[in-house]
Design a binder for this molecule. Structure first.
Ligand code: AMP
Ligand code: ZN
Length: 484
């Protein structure tokens, strides 16, 4: 079987034909590390993870590179204007931009780990590829695409014939759309910045043949992908907003410099929406993974939710949909933990084939999830075979089902400074993490109970129940059981 995937370049679903037989090269645009990523960004990173795991499931080897943008992304990168996002964050937090990058890069890795996103084979930081970017810009000078102006370097878009082939943004549209107050250093307002002259206030800057400056955001991805994966890549991923201008510009730069096709398959995830609008930092309508954990959700419920929507459809985020996903996930966990591992089971071939076929059909994760429930409902199949088959599916789903079975009841002791320092036992055999928010609720309830504020303690008990925790007071302490 072979993977068929929608290619933004051809606007068609195509059969994947890797350049090098069984080896697939894949590059994913990663985060700009000036702040925490939001769950919209994480949806896009998860899509790449579903794709990579599907390829592995189908028997390919995958070399996956993901970049960390730690310099050069401007607040108005569509017109090469505004502030450097890293510099802006450094001012906001009164820190050095390198410390900002380090902090948010770590937070990003933590988020990816919580969502079981396989780490890229290599994470490339833009600041560590400056010399490769300069080299690529030099190649663009040799080919006649680049020009220098007042210490900055621009790409003459008029010279690149194929401009617009990815996004359909024909040069004519660009010309109409270009702003009148355009940068006087550019020959044409729509030319793209390859290298920008650094002002005094700039903290991240490098020597170059054109003076002290810093790279444009687009050249970073061209240099990092070509340096690590060669001049033609199999797959390049990103979110739908990357199509234009970022990926269109990556094509112009890479193909301008090498004369070769840059990417064979462009795969873009559609947005995560809130109330019908794109989730974004600038609109302030975003959630981080921490936010949803603090509300008592298991991060993997968000992974489950993303699996239920096809990557080519925009997904409207609601807490209710996350709650429904958490409930479904808990059902799965409960099934897995209820089946004794002593017995021998087998992967059901028919189901494994259907599962693979769904994923290879343009990464149809909703169909793969539907198959999970179809399998669970099938009365003809033994529970142990169901479990073994689900564990096989989990190689792609990544819901951590293999860990569930090994987790015994957890016992947690919470100390509350009071004469009644009781033990709080939390029975949790579901494998999911009990969030700080829940632990806090449990403590608050205990404090209220001691103070004989039963109105509050009952209200908290009800909230715990709603979140799936049954509370029972015993003479020895409190027993909390995770019930769903
Ligand atoms: P950035 O850090 O802004 O470069 O974004 C990182 C990745 O997240 C890019 O691939 C974006 O296309 C993607 N992205 C940004 N906002 C959303 C959203 N609301 N839904 C899905 N993906 C997004
Ligand atoms: Zn990129």
């Amino acid at each position: 079987m072979t993977l068929r995937i929608y290619n933004t370049l051809s606007k068609q679903i195509e059969e994947l034909k890797p350049i090098d037989g069984n080896e697939v090269t894949m590059y994913s645009c990663g985060p700009t590390v000036y702040d925490y990523v939001h769950i919209g960004n994480l949806r896009t990173f998860m899509m790449a993870d579903f794709l990579r795991r599907t390829l592995l499931f189908s028997g390919y080897n995958v070399k996956h590179i993901k970049n960390i943008t730690d310099v050069g992304h401007l607040t108005q990168d569509d017109i090469d204007a505004g502030e450097d996002k890293m510099l802006k964050a450094a001012k906001r937090e009164n820190k050095n931009p390198y410390d900002i990058a380090k902090f948010y890069e770590e937070a990003f890795h933590e988020d990816e780990a919580k969502l079981h996103i396989l780490p890229a084979n290599k994470f490339t930081r833009a600041t560590e590829y400056i010399s490769q970017m300069i080299e690529l810009i030099q190649r663009l000078f040799e080919k006649g695409y680049a020009y220098e102006s007042n210490g900055s370097v621009y790409y003459d878009i008029d010279k690149f014939e194929g401009y617009g082939k990815l996004s359909g943004n024909a040069l004519e549209n660009l010309k109409i759309g270009a702003r009148l107050e355009a940068n006087p250093d550019k020959k044409n307002p729509y030319d793209l910045a390859l290298w920008l002259k650094a002002g005094e206030e700039h903290l991240m800057k490098w020597e170059s043949p054109w003076g002290v400056g810093y790279p444009g955001w687009h050249i970073e991805c061209s240099a990092m992908s070509i340096s690590n994966l060669g001049e033609t890549l199999d797959i390049h991923t990103g979110g739908e907003d990357n199509i234009f201008p970022h990926h269109e510009n990556e094509i112009a730069q890479s193909e301008g410099a090498t004369g070769k096709k840059f990417v064979n398959y462009w795969v873009h995830a559609r947005f995560l929406l809130v109330n019908g609008e794109k989730m974004s930092k600038s609109k302030g309508n975003f959630y981080t993974l921490k936010d949803i954990e603090n509300k008592g959700f298991n991060p993997l419920a968000y992974r489950y939710l993303c699996l239920t929507a096809h990557f080519q459809t925009q997904m409207n985020f609601t807490e209710q949909s996350l709650q429904d996903s958490e409930n479904a996930l808990e059902k799965l966990f409960n099934f897995i933990s209820s089946i004794d591992d002593q017995e021998e089971g087998k992967v059901l071939d028919e189901y494994a084939k259907k599962f693979q076929a769904a994923l290879e059909d343009n990464l149809d994760t909703p169909r793969a999830i539907a198959l999970v429930w179809e399998l669970l409902k099938n009365k003809e199949i033994s529970d142990i075979d169901k479990k073994v088959t689900l564990l096989k599916f989990d190689e792609v789903l990544g819901l951590g089902l293999a860990n569930v079975s090994t987790i015994e009841t957890e016992t947690l002791t919470i100390n509350i400074a009071s004469p009644e320092n009781r033990t709080i036992t939390i029975r949790n055999s579901t494998g999911s993490i009990i969030s700080a928010y829940i632990l806090n609720l449990i403590q608050e309830r205990e404090i209220a109970r001691i103070a004989k504020d039963f109105l509050t303690s009952d209200r908290i008990r009800d909230e715990l129940k709603e979140k799936g925790y049954e509370t029972k007071d015993t003479p020895e302490g409190i027993e909390i059981t995770k019930i769903k």
